[in-house]
Ligand binder design. Sequence first.
Ligand code: PMP
Length: 427
Amino acid sequence: MNYLEMDKKSLEQRFEVIKGMYQDFLSANLHLDMSRGKPSAEQLDLTTDLLTAVKSERDCLTQDGTDCRNYGLMDGIPEAKELFAEFLGVTPAEVIVGGNASLSLMYDCVSWGMTHGYLGSTPWSKLDRVKFLCPSPGYDRHFGITESFGIEMIVVPMLEDGPDMDMVEQYVNHDPAVKGIWCVPKYSNPEGKTYSDEVVRRFAALKPAAEDFRIFWDNAYGIHDLYDEGDRLLSILDECKEAGNPNLPFLFGSTSKVSFAGAGVAAMGASEENIAYIKKLMFYQTISADKINQLRHVRYFKNMDGIRAHMKKHAAILRPKFEMTLETMEEYLGGKGIASWIHPRGGYFISFDTLPGCARRTVQLAREAGVALTPAGASYPYGKDPNDTNIRIAPSYPPVKELRLAMELLCVCVEYAALEKLLGEAN
Ligand code: PMP
C-alpha cells in the first residue's frame, strides 16, 4: 500500500514493526562495504593469467623492437595504441596510452587547462571565473577534481537520454567562462543511462563561447554490458569531426573494470591536434608509462574481440547481483511510494531515490548498522544533493549472500527514514 495515502495510526503501527527489524540488524553486527564500485575477488580472478602474460626478458619486446623494460614510447607501445584506439573508437594517432588510471589523465587535463591552457588560449587560472557543467547525479570524483581547482560547478539535470541539452547549449554557447563538462556517456555513474544519438550530435554541434571549451567524455563503462544486447553509443569524435569541431572532446577509458582496478591500463583519445599538444605538456611530466603492463594487457587480450569475450564473463558474475538487488528493492519497497530506482543494463551502479530529505538519514541508519554506502549527496557537486534523495548503490563487490543482507538492511533503513519523515509531517 502507498504510504503517502496511509493514515497516521497505520503509519505508526508500521513504524513499530520497522524499528524492530532495524534492531535485529543492529544485533547482527554486520560489517559490509558497498561504498564504491569495486570488482569482486571473483572478477579479479578472471584475469589471474594476465599477471604472467609477459614471462621473460625475451618477451619484453614490442612489435617495433622496443624493450618495454626501458624508457621510451611516452604515449604508449604501438600494439597498445592500436588496441586502445579501438577501445575508445579513435585512430592510433588519436590516442595516448597512459598509466594505471584514467582519473589521473582527467586530472591532468583539467590541471593543464589551469596552468597552460589549450592550444594557445589563456590558462584558466589567469581568468576571474572558470566554470564546469556537471550533469547530476554524476561521478563524485569528477566533481572532486574540479572542486579541488576551485572551478565553479553548475548542476545540469540528467534526463532520460543524457544531460539536459537545452541547458548545456545555453551555458556553453553563451558563457565564455564555461570551459568544460563532465560526461559519462554510457551506463552513466550512477544512473546507468546511455546518451542518445541526438544528445551526442547536439554535443558535437555545440558552438562554445570559449574557444578552449572541452567535453570530458569519460567512457568508463563503454563495454560493461550486463546483457548480450548492450546499449549503443555514437562516436563523439567522429560526430565532432563531422560537425567541424574536432578539438571539442577529450575521451577517457581504462581497463580498471576489465582487468585489475588500479592496476589496469588507461588511455585517452582526442583529435591529432589535441594529442600533439598534450604530448608536449606530458613530456615534462614523465618519460614513459608502465609499458610492461601495457604489453601484458595486449598479450593477454590480443584485441577488442578478446576484451569483449572477457566482458561476458564479468557480466555473468555481475548480472545476478544486479538482479537480486533490484528484486530485493521490489520485494521490500515496491508499491509503497517511498522510493524509486533505475534498472540499468550495464555499468556498476544502481541509482536509488528516497523521499525528499531522506537520503542522508537512510545512509546514516545503514552505517550505524554496519553497512557502508557512498555518502548521500556524493553524486552532486560539492556533495550537496538539493533534494537529499539520491543514493548510489554499488552491488559488485560483496558476495551474493552478503549483498542480499545488505540490501534488506538498506530497504529497512529507507522505510525507517521515510516513516520518520511522514510521521514528523503528520504531527
Ligand atoms: N570514471 C568513472 C565514471 C568511474 O566510475 C570510475 C571508477 N569508479 C573511474 C572513472 C575510475 O577509473 P580509473 O580506475 O581508470 O581511474
